[in-house]
Design a protein around this ligand. Structure first.
Ligand SMILES: CC(C)(COP(=O)(O)OP(=O)(O)OC[C@H]1O[C@@H](n2cnc3c(N)ncnc32)[C@H](O)[C@@H]1OP(=O)(O)O)[C@@H](O)C(=O)NCCC(=O)NCCS
Length: 174
């Protein structure tokens, strides 16, 4: 079985990243365009704040992640995008990408990772995935993306602290 290789995405991965994004059938056309915009910013401007990782197996692109340090914070990072090719899902590729992002973020002084996602059905797998990665849903904003499409904000602190709402609320009020 061939090894999974994860590397900073080279400029030539642009088209394959777009095709993989499309193949998931989760994203709108505007969202697909946004992936390209972020990729171009990453490719053309090292200070853009966007970083891409490509995961390849036997030479095939099987996944990618886009993340970056959150402006005006000390140690928060955003995970903007994470995709595994549909025919390679449930084989640990998403986990490997998430763990690499976490490792790279820690090396840069990262303290927590924040992920925005939608509450609609097409993102249900993503929600389960983020929970398995140790993230907790910290916030829900009803009708954020559009009526009936809520924003869910997932967070993982790298120091292992719990994100349970009850615990945080107790801490806040105590
Ligand atoms: C979410 C996504 C990235 C997960 O990638 P993946 O490579 O399949 O994930 P892994 O195989 O590493 O899964 C790790 C764990 O997450 C959970 N998980 C992953 N996909 C799941 C699903 N469809 N349903 C329930 N749990 C799931 C499982 O617990 C899994 O462990 P297991 O396979 O041992 O049960 C992938 O489904 C995907 O690309 N979806 C479409 C794009 C998307 O929604 N991206 C996120 C928003 S940008």
């Amino acid at each position: 079985m061939s090894e999974l290789a994860i590397h900073p995405s080279p400029p030539g991965d642009r088209q394959e990243i777009l095709e993989l994004t499309r193949a998931t059938h989760v994203f709108t056309r505007a969202e697909e365009d946004t992936v390209l915009e972020l990729f171009d910013a990453y490719r053309d401007n090292p200070a853009s704040g966007y970083l891409f990782l490509s995961a390849r197996k036997a030479g095939q692109l099987v996944g990618f992640a886009c993340w970056g340090e959150t402006a005006l914070t000390e140690g928060a990072v955003d995970l903007y995008w994470l995709c595994t090719s549909p025919d390679a899902q449930r084989r640990g590729i998403g986990r490997a990408l998430f763990e690499r992002v976490q490792q790279l973020a820690l090396e840069r002084g990262g303290r927590l990772i924040v992920i925005w996602t939608s509450a609609t059905g097409s993102y249900a797998a993503a929600a389960r995935f983020y929970e398995r990665m140790g993230c907790a849903m910290m916030s829900r904003i009803p009708d954020f993306y559009k009526p009936g499409d809520d924003l869910l904000v997932y967070v993982k602190y790298f120091d292992g602290r719990s994100c349970a709402h009850a615990e945080l609320n107790q801490k806040g009020s105590g």
